[in-house]
Design a protein around this ligand. Sequence first.
Ligand code: NDP
Ligand code: GDR
Length: 327
Amino acid sequence: MPRALITGITGQDGMYLSELLLSKGYAVYGLIRGQNNPKLDLIRQTVPEVKLINGDLTDVSSLTRVLNIAQPDEVYNLGAISFVAYSWENSSMTSDVTGKGVLNILEATRLYAGNDIAKVRFYQASSSEMFGKVQEVPQRETTLLWPRSPYGVAKVFGHYMTINYRESYGMHASSGILFNHESPRRGPEFVTRKVSQAVSRIKLGLQSELTLGNLDAKRDWGFAGDYVDAMWRMLQQPVADDYVISTGETHSIRELLDVAFEAVGIEDWSPYVKQDPRFMRPAEVDLLIGDPKKARDVLGWTPTVSFKTLVQMMVENDLAEQSVLVH
Ligand code: NDP
Ligand code: GDR
Protein backbone atom coordinates (compact mmCIF):
# COMPACT_ATOMS: atom_id res chain seq x y z
CA MET A 1 0.00 0.00 0.00
CA PRO A 2 1.60 3.33 -1.03
CA ARG A 3 1.84 5.96 1.70
CA ALA A 4 1.41 9.72 1.32
CA LEU A 5 1.94 12.67 3.62
CA ILE A 6 -0.05 15.84 2.89
CA THR A 7 0.68 19.19 4.50
CA GLY A 8 -2.24 21.63 4.31
CA ILE A 9 -4.69 18.76 4.82
CA THR A 10 -7.34 21.10 6.29
CA GLY A 11 -7.30 23.31 3.17
CA GLN A 12 -9.42 23.04 0.04
CA ASP A 13 -6.85 21.01 -1.91
CA GLY A 14 -5.84 18.84 1.05
CA MET A 15 -9.33 17.41 1.29
CA TYR A 16 -9.72 16.72 -2.46
CA LEU A 17 -6.24 15.20 -2.65
CA SER A 18 -6.82 12.94 0.34
CA GLU A 19 -10.08 11.67 -1.22
CA LEU A 20 -8.24 10.99 -4.50
CA LEU A 21 -5.34 9.15 -2.83
CA LEU A 22 -7.65 7.10 -0.60
CA SER A 23 -9.63 6.05 -3.69
CA LYS A 24 -6.32 4.84 -5.19
CA GLY A 25 -5.57 2.70 -2.13
CA TYR A 26 -3.02 4.95 -0.40
CA ALA A 27 -2.54 5.21 3.34
CA VAL A 28 -2.86 8.97 3.87
CA TYR A 29 -1.25 11.02 6.64
CA GLY A 30 -2.07 14.67 7.17
CA LEU A 31 -0.09 17.37 8.97
CA ILE A 32 -2.21 19.47 11.29
CA ARG A 33 -1.15 22.31 13.54
CA GLY A 34 -2.80 20.73 16.55
CA GLN A 35 -4.68 23.79 17.71
CA ASN A 36 -8.43 24.14 17.81
CA ASN A 37 -9.51 24.37 14.17
CA PRO A 38 -13.14 24.05 13.01
CA LYS A 39 -11.92 22.52 9.72
CA LEU A 40 -10.65 19.47 11.62
CA ASP A 41 -14.19 18.24 12.27
CA LEU A 42 -14.89 18.36 8.54
CA ILE A 43 -11.75 16.33 7.81
CA ARG A 44 -12.65 13.76 10.46
CA GLN A 45 -16.18 13.41 9.05
CA THR A 46 -15.32 13.46 5.33
CA VAL A 47 -12.10 11.43 5.25
CA PRO A 48 -11.96 9.58 8.58
CA GLU A 49 -9.31 7.20 7.21
CA VAL A 50 -6.72 10.00 7.12
CA LYS A 51 -4.29 9.81 10.03
CA LEU A 52 -3.59 13.25 11.47
CA ILE A 53 -0.21 14.16 12.97
CA ASN A 54 0.70 17.41 14.74
CA GLY A 55 3.46 19.58 13.31
CA ASP A 56 4.17 22.93 11.69
CA LEU A 57 5.98 23.96 8.52
CA THR A 58 8.00 26.51 10.48
CA ASP A 59 9.38 23.83 12.81
CA VAL A 60 11.86 21.45 11.12
CA SER A 61 12.11 19.08 14.08
CA SER A 62 8.33 18.58 14.06
CA LEU A 63 8.51 17.79 10.32
CA THR A 64 11.26 15.21 10.91
CA ARG A 65 9.11 13.54 13.55
CA VAL A 66 6.04 13.57 11.27
CA LEU A 67 7.97 12.02 8.36
CA ASN A 68 9.32 9.28 10.61
CA ILE A 69 5.81 8.42 11.78
CA ALA A 70 4.18 8.59 8.34
CA GLN A 71 7.04 6.87 6.41
CA PRO A 72 5.70 8.30 3.15
CA ASP A 73 6.52 7.32 -0.43
CA GLU A 74 5.09 10.66 -1.56
CA VAL A 75 5.05 14.07 0.18
CA TYR A 76 2.58 16.72 -1.03
CA ASN A 77 3.47 20.15 0.36
CA LEU A 78 0.18 22.08 0.18
CA GLY A 79 0.52 23.92 3.51
CA ALA A 80 0.88 27.70 3.20
CA ILE A 81 -0.48 31.05 4.16
CA SER A 82 -2.35 31.25 0.87
CA PHE A 83 -4.46 34.43 0.95
CA VAL A 84 -2.64 36.98 -1.18
CA ALA A 85 -4.27 40.09 0.34
CA TYR A 86 -3.30 38.97 3.85
CA SER A 87 0.32 38.54 2.81
CA TRP A 88 0.96 42.32 2.75
CA GLU A 89 -0.24 42.64 6.34
CA ASN A 90 1.78 39.64 7.51
CA SER A 91 4.67 39.53 5.08
CA SER A 92 7.21 38.16 7.52
CA MET A 93 5.00 35.31 8.65
CA THR A 94 4.05 34.59 5.04
CA SER A 95 7.76 34.37 4.16
CA ASP A 96 8.34 31.98 7.07
CA VAL A 97 5.48 29.61 6.21
CA THR A 98 4.93 29.90 2.45
CA GLY A 99 8.62 30.42 1.65
CA LYS A 100 11.00 29.03 4.25
CA GLY A 101 8.47 26.34 5.19
CA VAL A 102 9.20 24.75 1.80
CA LEU A 103 12.90 24.57 2.57
CA ASN A 104 12.08 23.06 5.97
CA ILE A 105 9.98 20.25 4.52
CA LEU A 106 12.43 19.64 1.66
CA GLU A 107 15.30 19.32 4.11
CA ALA A 108 13.32 17.10 6.50
CA THR A 109 12.37 14.92 3.50
CA ARG A 110 15.99 14.67 2.35
CA LEU A 111 17.11 13.61 5.83
CA TYR A 112 14.25 11.11 6.07
CA ALA A 113 15.32 9.57 2.72
CA GLY A 114 18.92 9.22 3.95
CA ASN A 115 21.15 7.40 1.46
CA ASP A 116 18.17 6.33 -0.61
CA ILE A 117 16.95 9.64 -2.08
CA ALA A 118 14.75 7.74 -4.57
CA LYS A 119 12.59 6.32 -1.78
CA VAL A 120 10.43 9.44 -1.62
CA ARG A 121 8.84 11.79 -4.16
CA PHE A 122 7.97 15.41 -3.40
CA TYR A 123 5.30 17.79 -4.72
CA GLN A 124 5.47 21.56 -4.21
CA ALA A 125 2.32 23.70 -4.54
CA SER A 126 3.69 26.53 -6.65
CA SER A 127 1.38 29.21 -7.98
CA SER A 128 0.50 31.37 -10.97
CA GLU A 129 0.93 34.32 -8.56
CA MET A 130 4.66 33.85 -9.26
CA PHE A 131 4.07 35.26 -12.77
CA GLY A 132 2.68 38.49 -11.32
CA LYS A 133 3.31 41.37 -13.67
CA VAL A 134 2.45 40.24 -17.18
CA GLN A 135 5.55 39.25 -19.17
CA GLU A 136 4.03 36.78 -21.63
CA VAL A 137 0.55 35.56 -22.58
CA PRO A 138 -0.33 32.78 -22.05
CA GLN A 139 2.02 32.01 -19.17
CA ARG A 140 4.00 28.79 -19.40
CA GLU A 141 6.75 26.96 -17.49
CA THR A 142 9.47 29.15 -19.04
CA THR A 143 7.79 32.55 -18.52
CA LEU A 144 9.83 35.05 -16.50
CA LEU A 145 8.65 35.24 -12.88
CA TRP A 146 7.78 38.73 -11.56
CA PRO A 147 5.79 38.27 -8.34
CA ARG A 148 3.67 41.20 -7.13
CA SER A 149 2.95 40.28 -3.49
CA PRO A 150 4.83 38.94 -0.46
CA TYR A 151 2.90 35.71 -1.08
CA GLY A 152 4.15 35.56 -4.68
CA VAL A 153 7.72 36.25 -3.62
CA ALA A 154 7.56 33.51 -0.98
CA LYS A 155 6.20 31.06 -3.57
CA VAL A 156 9.09 31.89 -5.93
CA PHE A 157 11.53 31.00 -3.14
CA GLY A 158 9.76 27.66 -2.57
CA HIS A 159 9.64 26.99 -6.31
CA TYR A 160 13.36 27.49 -6.86
CA MET A 161 14.24 25.61 -3.65
CA THR A 162 12.29 22.63 -5.01
CA ILE A 163 14.19 22.81 -8.31
CA ASN A 164 17.42 23.20 -6.34
CA TYR A 165 16.78 20.03 -4.30
CA ARG A 166 16.09 18.18 -7.56
CA GLU A 167 19.31 19.43 -9.14
CA SER A 168 21.55 19.24 -6.05
CA TYR A 169 20.46 15.95 -4.48
CA GLY A 170 18.65 14.16 -7.32
CA MET A 171 15.42 14.29 -5.35
CA HIS A 172 12.26 13.44 -7.30
CA ALA A 173 10.82 16.89 -6.54
CA SER A 174 8.19 18.40 -8.84
CA SER A 175 6.58 21.78 -8.76
CA GLY A 176 3.02 22.32 -9.99
CA ILE A 177 2.45 25.90 -11.11
CA LEU A 178 -1.26 25.84 -10.48
CA PHE A 179 -3.56 28.62 -11.60
CA ASN A 180 -6.60 29.55 -9.46
CA HIS A 181 -8.78 26.56 -8.69
CA GLU A 182 -12.03 26.71 -6.84
CA SER A 183 -14.83 24.55 -5.49
CA PRO A 184 -17.64 24.56 -2.94
CA ARG A 185 -14.86 23.93 -0.39
CA ARG A 186 -13.01 27.15 -1.25
CA GLY A 187 -12.30 29.45 1.72
CA PRO A 188 -14.82 32.33 1.98
CA GLU A 189 -12.08 34.99 1.74
CA PHE A 190 -11.33 34.18 -1.92
CA VAL A 191 -13.32 36.07 -4.52
CA THR A 192 -15.23 33.17 -6.13
CA ARG A 193 -16.59 31.89 -2.83
CA LYS A 194 -17.19 35.40 -1.53
CA VAL A 195 -19.34 35.98 -4.61
CA SER A 196 -21.15 32.61 -4.55
CA GLN A 197 -22.01 32.99 -0.85
CA ALA A 198 -23.20 36.58 -1.27
CA VAL A 199 -25.27 35.83 -4.37
CA SER A 200 -27.03 32.97 -2.54
CA ARG A 201 -27.73 35.17 0.45
CA ILE A 202 -29.03 37.98 -1.79
CA LYS A 203 -31.34 35.49 -3.52
CA LEU A 204 -32.66 34.29 -0.15
CA GLY A 205 -33.15 37.87 1.12
CA LEU A 206 -30.43 37.52 3.79
CA GLN A 207 -28.10 40.17 2.36
CA SER A 208 -28.57 43.20 0.13
CA GLU A 209 -25.04 44.18 -0.89
CA LEU A 210 -21.75 42.63 -1.99
CA THR A 211 -18.61 44.73 -1.54
CA LEU A 212 -15.59 43.93 -3.70
CA GLY A 213 -12.30 45.45 -4.83
CA ASN A 214 -10.92 45.36 -8.39
CA LEU A 215 -13.53 44.06 -10.86
CA ASP A 216 -11.21 44.15 -13.88
CA ALA A 217 -8.61 41.57 -12.82
CA LYS A 218 -8.68 38.41 -14.93
CA ARG A 219 -8.04 34.90 -13.70
CA ASP A 220 -7.78 31.43 -15.21
CA TRP A 221 -10.18 29.56 -12.93
CA GLY A 222 -10.50 25.75 -12.83
CA PHE A 223 -12.01 23.10 -10.56
CA ALA A 224 -9.93 21.97 -7.56
CA GLY A 225 -11.00 18.33 -7.98
CA ASP A 226 -9.33 18.28 -11.42
CA TYR A 227 -6.18 20.01 -10.18
CA VAL A 228 -5.31 17.55 -7.40
CA ASP A 229 -5.32 14.79 -10.03
CA ALA A 230 -2.56 16.71 -11.84
CA MET A 231 -0.51 16.76 -8.60
CA TRP A 232 -0.72 12.98 -8.33
CA ARG A 233 0.14 12.50 -12.01
CA MET A 234 3.32 14.57 -11.58
CA LEU A 235 4.60 12.20 -8.91
CA GLN A 236 3.93 9.14 -11.09
CA GLN A 237 6.34 10.34 -13.82
CA PRO A 238 9.72 8.63 -14.12
CA VAL A 239 11.44 12.03 -13.99
CA ALA A 240 10.47 15.01 -11.82
CA ASP A 241 9.65 18.29 -13.57
CA ASP A 242 7.59 21.50 -13.35
CA TYR A 243 4.17 21.89 -14.93
CA VAL A 244 1.65 24.68 -15.49
CA ILE A 245 -1.85 23.50 -14.56
CA SER A 246 -4.60 25.73 -15.94
CA THR A 247 -7.63 25.76 -18.24
CA GLY A 248 -6.20 28.11 -20.88
CA GLU A 249 -9.19 30.47 -20.49
CA THR A 250 -9.40 33.73 -18.59
CA HIS A 251 -12.36 35.64 -17.13
CA SER A 252 -12.73 38.93 -15.29
CA ILE A 253 -14.39 39.41 -11.90
CA ARG A 254 -17.22 41.10 -13.85
CA GLU A 255 -17.77 37.90 -15.84
CA LEU A 256 -17.74 35.94 -12.58
CA LEU A 257 -20.52 38.23 -11.34
CA ASP A 258 -22.47 37.76 -14.60
CA VAL A 259 -22.49 33.98 -14.28
CA ALA A 260 -23.08 33.87 -10.51
CA PHE A 261 -26.03 36.27 -10.53
CA GLU A 262 -27.46 34.64 -13.66
CA ALA A 263 -27.44 31.32 -11.77
CA VAL A 264 -30.08 32.72 -9.39
CA GLY A 265 -32.05 34.48 -12.13
CA ILE A 266 -30.71 38.04 -11.61
CA GLU A 267 -29.80 39.68 -14.95
CA ASP A 268 -28.41 43.00 -13.70
CA TRP A 269 -26.07 42.77 -10.70
CA SER A 270 -25.13 46.48 -10.62
CA PRO A 271 -27.65 47.46 -7.90
CA TYR A 272 -26.14 44.87 -5.54
CA VAL A 273 -22.38 45.27 -6.06
CA LYS A 274 -20.32 48.02 -4.42
CA GLN A 275 -16.60 48.66 -4.66
CA ASP A 276 -14.45 49.56 -1.68
CA PRO A 277 -10.75 50.53 -1.76
CA ARG A 278 -10.37 48.31 1.32
CA PHE A 279 -10.41 45.30 -1.02
CA MET A 280 -7.94 46.75 -3.53
CA ARG A 281 -4.37 45.41 -3.37
CA PRO A 282 -1.19 47.51 -3.18
CA ALA A 283 -0.06 45.80 -6.39
CA GLU A 284 -2.43 43.78 -8.55
CA VAL A 285 -1.88 40.82 -10.85
CA ASP A 286 -3.97 42.01 -13.80
CA LEU A 287 -4.10 39.03 -16.10
CA LEU A 288 -3.49 35.33 -15.59
CA ILE A 289 -3.97 32.79 -18.33
CA GLY A 290 -1.96 29.60 -18.39
CA ASP A 291 -0.88 27.30 -21.21
CA PRO A 292 -1.53 23.72 -20.02
CA LYS A 293 0.06 22.12 -23.12
CA LYS A 294 2.95 20.42 -21.30
CA ALA A 295 0.59 18.92 -18.70
CA ARG A 296 -1.67 17.65 -21.48
CA ASP A 297 1.18 16.17 -23.53
CA VAL A 298 3.26 14.64 -20.72
CA LEU A 299 0.78 13.97 -17.91
CA GLY A 300 -2.28 13.30 -20.08
CA TRP A 301 -4.10 15.82 -17.89
CA THR A 302 -7.05 17.96 -19.03
CA PRO A 303 -9.52 20.02 -17.02
CA THR A 304 -13.10 18.66 -17.05
CA VAL A 305 -15.17 21.50 -15.54
CA SER A 306 -15.90 24.73 -17.46
CA PHE A 307 -15.87 28.17 -15.82
CA LYS A 308 -19.66 28.45 -16.07
CA THR A 309 -20.29 25.00 -14.59
CA LEU A 310 -17.81 25.71 -11.78
CA VAL A 311 -19.51 28.96 -10.76
CA GLN A 312 -22.96 27.38 -11.01
CA MET A 313 -21.78 24.47 -8.84
CA MET A 314 -20.54 26.88 -6.17
CA VAL A 315 -23.71 28.97 -6.19
CA GLU A 316 -25.93 25.87 -6.00
CA ASN A 317 -23.91 24.56 -3.05
CA ASP A 318 -24.15 27.88 -1.21
CA LEU A 319 -27.87 28.20 -1.91
CA ALA A 320 -28.36 24.78 -0.30
CA GLU A 321 -26.10 25.64 2.67
CA GLN A 322 -27.71 29.04 3.25
CA SER A 323 -31.26 27.62 2.91
CA VAL A 324 -30.54 25.23 5.77
CA LEU A 325 -29.61 28.24 7.92
CA VAL A 326 -32.88 30.01 7.04
CA HIS A 327 -35.17 27.04 7.80
P1 NDP B 1 -5.90 26.78 1.85
O1 NDP B 1 -5.65 28.18 2.26
O2 NDP B 1 -7.30 26.28 1.71
O3 NDP B 1 -5.13 25.81 2.87
C1 NDP B 1 -3.87 26.13 3.38
C2 NDP B 1 -3.42 25.04 4.33
O4 NDP B 1 -2.12 25.37 4.85
C3 NDP B 1 -4.34 24.83 5.54
O5 NDP B 1 -4.49 23.45 5.75
C4 NDP B 1 -3.54 25.46 6.67
O6 NDP B 1 -3.79 24.86 7.94
C5 NDP B 1 -2.12 25.09 6.24
N1 NDP B 1 -1.12 25.87 6.96
C6 NDP B 1 -1.09 27.21 7.17
N2 NDP B 1 -0.02 27.56 7.92
C7 NDP B 1 0.65 26.41 8.20
C8 NDP B 1 1.81 26.09 8.93
N3 NDP B 1 2.53 27.05 9.57
N4 NDP B 1 2.21 24.80 9.01
C9 NDP B 1 1.49 23.83 8.41
N5 NDP B 1 0.37 24.05 7.70
C10 NDP B 1 -0.04 25.33 7.58
O7 NDP B 1 -5.12 26.56 0.47
P2 NDP B 1 -5.53 25.70 -0.82
O8 NDP B 1 -5.95 24.34 -0.42
O9 NDP B 1 -6.40 26.52 -1.70
O10 NDP B 1 -4.11 25.63 -1.58
C11 NDP B 1 -3.17 24.59 -1.29
C12 NDP B 1 -1.78 25.06 -1.67
O11 NDP B 1 -1.75 25.38 -3.06
C13 NDP B 1 -1.30 26.32 -0.94
O12 NDP B 1 0.09 26.17 -0.78
C14 NDP B 1 -1.59 27.43 -1.93
O13 NDP B 1 -0.72 28.52 -1.71
C15 NDP B 1 -1.32 26.73 -3.24
N6 NDP B 1 -2.04 27.22 -4.39
C16 NDP B 1 -3.40 27.31 -4.35
C17 NDP B 1 -4.11 27.69 -5.47
C18 NDP B 1 -5.59 27.80 -5.45
O14 NDP B 1 -6.13 28.42 -6.38
N7 NDP B 1 -6.29 27.22 -4.49
C19 NDP B 1 -3.40 27.99 -6.74
C20 NDP B 1 -1.96 27.83 -6.66
C21 NDP B 1 -1.32 27.45 -5.52
P3 NDP B 1 -4.79 25.53 9.05
O15 NDP B 1 -6.15 25.00 8.74
O16 NDP B 1 -4.22 25.01 10.32
O17 NDP B 1 -4.69 27.01 8.87
P1 GDR C 1 -5.81 35.21 -5.85
O1 GDR C 1 -7.32 34.87 -5.43
O2 GDR C 1 -5.32 36.45 -5.22
O3 GDR C 1 -5.76 35.14 -7.35
O4 GDR C 1 -5.03 33.99 -5.19
P2 GDR C 1 -8.50 35.80 -4.87
O5 GDR C 1 -9.73 35.02 -5.11
O6 GDR C 1 -8.23 36.27 -3.49
O7 GDR C 1 -8.44 37.09 -5.83
C1 GDR C 1 -8.68 36.97 -7.23
C2 GDR C 1 -8.85 38.35 -7.84
O8 GDR C 1 -10.07 38.92 -7.37
C3 GDR C 1 -9.84 40.28 -7.04
N1 GDR C 1 -10.84 40.76 -6.08
C4 GDR C 1 -11.03 40.26 -4.84
N2 GDR C 1 -10.42 39.23 -4.18
C5 GDR C 1 -10.86 38.96 -2.94
N3 GDR C 1 -10.30 37.92 -2.29
N4 GDR C 1 -11.83 39.68 -2.31
C6 GDR C 1 -12.47 40.72 -2.94
O9 GDR C 1 -13.33 41.35 -2.36
C7 GDR C 1 -12.05 41.02 -4.26
N5 GDR C 1 -12.44 41.95 -5.17
C8 GDR C 1 -11.71 41.78 -6.26
C9 GDR C 1 -8.42 40.30 -6.48
O10 GDR C 1 -7.91 41.63 -6.47
C10 GDR C 1 -7.74 39.36 -7.47
O11 GDR C 1 -7.36 40.06 -8.62
C11 GDR C 1 -5.52 32.66 -5.22
C12 GDR C 1 -5.02 31.97 -3.94
O12 GDR C 1 -5.61 30.71 -3.85
C13 GDR C 1 -3.50 31.81 -3.97
O13 GDR C 1 -3.09 31.03 -2.86
C14 GDR C 1 -3.12 31.11 -5.28
O14 GDR C 1 -1.72 30.94 -5.36
C15 GDR C 1 -3.62 31.91 -6.47
O15 GDR C 1 -5.04 32.00 -6.37
C16 GDR C 1 -3.30 31.26 -7.80
